[in-house]
Design a binder for this molecule. Structure first.
Ligand code: SF4
Length: 358
């Protein structure tokens, strides 16, 4: 499914305005801009587009659908995290998460695939892969999360009442294996005539698809980039993240340097910390070597427990506080800028590595 179609009816919310203008030709371009604005406002029917002539609204309703056909279930956690489980018409299930930090800043975490072909052993999503999401399905997640954020902001019920300030493409799937649809979705999300969300507040996280990083650098959009490094020990990394067998770290680093040489800005190196596996001193030293020559900050994510996941016959475990502390200190001593991600969303299985669509 690569053209925002579900059941052969084109879905408009995933179409950048230029594409929309082409589809609507010979209508004047300003009509595409009007429709794009309406979609960005969150309408769910053509009838609401009251600056369009009635016959045009009727014609559009016969040719297009505005948003994907989806059922949504909401799960809220006591720490302010809200997970949405979305089920599309073909049965594909995905999840999107609205995270709130202590200052009330809200981040939308979006998925790009139903399941994930990367197969990382520490991640529930990696247990299977169904299909790529369409641009419309990616935009839909943002629209749903924005409605949630707006509702709680206007109710004043929650201490966390800010609108969405950041987007991380870190949910289910490897974004750079679905770059064409992600690119269309981000065009809608960031365009002035669309949702007008700043690209500098959007971060795409990859497990290290070198050609995808290069493609993103050369063809845009100009967003921030995070690499899920996990470990710079190539052998261990290949065993933990099977897809990286095809993505040697030297090629990944070359692509990251190209990204930065082209003005891409600081990158984040993420490491999911697995108790007794990648928190050794040599892992810290390897990470520091990998970071050399890059403008990078390290983000440590203590593994969020998922029942049944194991590595080479051993059940995975969370890192102990002592392991986390000593690894963090080691990295700092080696001169790295280190942050630790809060364990938000665990209560609804909405934290990193816990998303599965079920
Ligand atoms: S960690 Fe990311 S890349 Fe790896 S399996 Fe999970 S979703 Fe896919």
């Amino acid at each position: 499914m690569s053209d925002s179609k579900i059941n052969s009816i084109p879905v408009l919310c995933g179409m950048p305005v230029e594409e929309l203008a082409e589809r609507l030709s010979p209508l004047p371009r300003f009509r595409a801009a009007q429709i794009s604005k309406w979609i960005a406002s969150g309408v769910s029917s053509f009838d609401e587009m009251d600056n369009l002539p009635l016959p045009l609204r009727t014609e559009l309703a016969g040719r297009f659908t505005l948003r994907p056909n989806v059922t949504v279930q909401k799960h809220s956690s006591s720490d302010g995290t809200v997970k949405l489980a979305l089920r599309f018409a073909d049965g594909a299930r995905i999840e999107a998460v609205l995270l709130s930090d202590n200052s009330g800043r809200r981040t939308a975490c979006l998925s790009t695939q139903a399941g994930c072909p990367a197969g990382c052993v520490f991640c529930k999503t990696g247990a299977g892969f169904l299909r790529n999401l369409t641009a419309a399905e990616i935009v839909e997640q943002f629209l749903q999360l924005r409605t949630l954020a707006d509702d709680s902001a206007s109710s004043g019920m929650s201490p966390t009442t800010l609108p969405i300030s950041n987007i991380v493409v870190m949910g289910m799937g490897e974004p750079l294996l679905n770059l064409a649809e992600l690119r269309r979705a981000l065009a809608v999300i960031s365009s002035k005539e669309g949702l007008h969300f700043s690209r500098r507040r959007i971060t795409v996280s990859t497990c290290g698809i070198a050609r995808g990083i290069t493609d993103l650098t050369d063809q845009g959009p100009a967003v921030r980039l995070a690499l899920s490094l996990t470990t710079a020990d190539e052998n261990l990394r290949r065993r933990l993240m099977p897809i990286t067998v095809r993505e040697p770290l030297a090629a990944v680093k070359k692509a990251l340097r190209h990204f930065q040489d082209s003005g891409g800005g600081r990158i984040t190196l993420e490491a999911v910390l697995l108790g007794g596996i990648n928190t050794r001193d040599e892992d810290a030293a390897g990470m520091a070597r990998f970071a050399r020559g890059l403008d990078a900050a390290v983000n440590l994510i203590p593994w969020n427990p998922v029942k049944g996941l194991e590595f080479e016959g051993k059940t995975l475990r969370q890192p102990s506080t002592a392991e986390i502390e000593s690894f963090t200190q080691r990295l700092k001593t080696l001169g790295l800028n280190v942050t630790r991600r809060y364990r938000r969303g665990r209560g609804v299985m909405g934290a990193c590595g816990q998303l599965s669509g079920n």
